[in-house]
Design a binder for this molecule. Structure first.
Ligand SMILES: Cc1cc2nc3c(=O)[nH]c(=O)nc-3n(C[C@H](O)[C@H](O)[C@H](O)COP(=O)(O)O)c2cc1C
Length: 200
């Protein structure tokens, strides 16, 4: 049975344009995959705690030596990893905040990029371990920066680092430029979304 993980990050939660696009994708994907399951994670509604030294040390402490508090931290990270590992398809809604991704998403990545679990070091460089997945990412922006932008590159690099290399990025830009620009961008993103949902 196919499993889709939907991750949204807009501070407007369900009302964010990126969340709506991700939602529509999930609904259309479910129509095409009856019996499939959709798991939703809203990083704005339920942010992952910021990574600090104590949390990081919990990750690097051998399992049998962890204190109860460290075990709780590692178990939380492992639950996030189990969730993404179980997904065949990943859909992300990602607005641009201050030229980058929302910090909630960056913090999420801090918790799932774990050496020996989701990637490993090899003589040829790091190797991602979450292979065989497809990701569709909706990037929404108030301005227009194009697809050749550090935000886009970061998302692709981060997903690739953990082994997710089949990534489709759908941009809806210029949402704050004016009503026409906004309508056009959203319509274009919706068309691309429908095609991506058929193909996933
Ligand atoms: C805190 C914050 C920072 C933002 N920074 C940028 C930015 O750097 N560049 C940009 O084009 N739009 C920026 N925007 C606008 C959002 O990218 C835009 O409103 C987008 O549609 C939000 O997506 P959402 O509806 O999914 O939340 C920012 C919005 C907020 C709330």
């Amino acid at each position: 049975m196919a499993n889709l993980l939907k991750i949204q990050t807009s501070l407007f939660q369900q009302d964010g344009q990126s969340s709506r696009l991700a939602d529509s994708f999930a609904s259309q994907w479910l129509e095409k995959n009856p019996g499939g399951t959709v798991t939703s994670r809203d990083l704005a509604a339920q942010p992952v705690p910021h990574l600090d030294m104590e949390r990081f040390q919990a990750f690097t402490t051998p399992e049998e030596e962890r204190t109860p508090a460290q075990r709780a931290v590692a178990d939380f990270s492992q639950a996030l990893i189990d969730e993404i590992s179980a997904a065949d398809v990943l859909v992300l809604g990602v607005p641009m905040y201050n030229f980058s991704v929302p910090s909630t998403l960056s913090t999420y990545f801090d918790h799932i990029a774990r050496a020996g679990i989701t990637f490993r070091y090899t003589p040829d460089g790091p190797q991602g371990l979450l292979t065989g997945k497809k990701a569709v990412v909706f990037i929404t922006r108030g301005g227009i920066y194009g697809e050749d932008h550090a935000q886009t590159a970061y998302i692709r690099q981060m997903l690739g680092f953990i082994g997710i290399t089949d990534v489709e990025l759908i941009h809806a830009e210029g949402l704050a430029v004016g009503e026409d620009s906004r309508q056009q961008a959203l319509e274009s993103a919706q068309q691309k979304m429908a095609l991506a949902a058929q193909a996933a």
